[in-house]
Write a protein that binds this ligand. Sequence first.
Ligand SMILES: Nc1ncnc2c1ncn2[C@@H]1O[C@H](COP(=O)(O)OP(=O)(O)OP(=O)(O)O)[C@@H](O)[C@H]1O
Length: 322
Amino acid sequence: MATNDIEVDELVRDYRRGGSTLRAVDSVSFSVARGELFGILGPNGAGKTTTIKVLLTTLLPTSGRVSVLGHDVTTHVKQVRRRVGHVLGGDKGFYDRLTARQNLTYFADLYEVPHRVQRTRIPELLEQVGLSERSRDRVEVYSRGMKQRLHIARSLVHDPQVLILDEPTNGIDPVGARELRELTAGLTRQGKTVLLTTHYMHEAEAMCERLVVLARGRIIASGTPSTVKRAVGIPRVTEIEVDGLEPERIAAIRGLAGVTSVEVDAVDARQLIQVRTEPDADCLQAVIQALGRVRIGRITTHDPTLEDAYVALVSRAPRDAS
Ligand SMILES: Nc1ncnc2c1ncn2[C@@H]1O[C@H](COP(=O)(O)OP(=O)(O)OP(=O)(O)O)[C@@H](O)[C@H]1O
């Protein structure tokens, strides 16, 4: 019995281009548990969309095993499509001259959702995505953010267990993007399993329980946002403003466990000390003690963000992986 809703095992996907072959996805493995919000991150051309297309049964794997809800995507296409919803983004995909409600009815009919189920499900979905009031407007007057919310409603008309979202907030304004993130998080609270791709690291950090980072078709990092950050080892930087620092104190701070470097800048009569520590080190108290008898001003700490880790990872990734 499958324990994960999505299982990707050693997936390889090649494209033929003229006489040569491009390996777009190279031995990628990951799994997504029920109710989990999982992210695939990576720069342009990393292989995210290719991986998603394999999961959606629109591309065949070159090799490897991929299953959704226990169904192999190459041999059980119908079963997979029946239980997976997807949002590939963009303005297209609706009949602009029809209302939101009429569009949802059209797609529900395509999925053969019984009319008696549609009667309750469509108003519920419109409510869930915040479009009830505008459900009788033609889609042509919808903003991009409204269309994206309607895409999510459309992807749910057949009540799929798994939802796949390709850059769901791309091109959406900050308020609309926040609404979409809340909507997506709400879906996992209802027990749906969500896989998404995004270029926005703050979004991935806030939303994803686990993620993989792809570069040139390969996984270069995986885990929770915290474990990915820790693995990259970007230091925590603490800045301390002091007055009256004795120079010999610096060597004492440098010698503390967890401290990787210390720099001092003089600002007028004061000094600004920049202490870099290992990401998990909890040594602020020890640093303050080591400062001795000084007047301490402002203390600020900058913990590495997922974006810091991502930039470091992607710029380190080998350029010849394909
Ligand atoms: N139909 C195709 N034929 C040939 N090469 C393709 C095709 N589709 C994608 N590729 C190539 O495969 C690689 C991976 O592309 P893919 O679209 O999966 O990346 P991505 O991570 O989704 O990128 P983006 O963030 O730009 O959407 C790229 O080098 C791309 O040019």
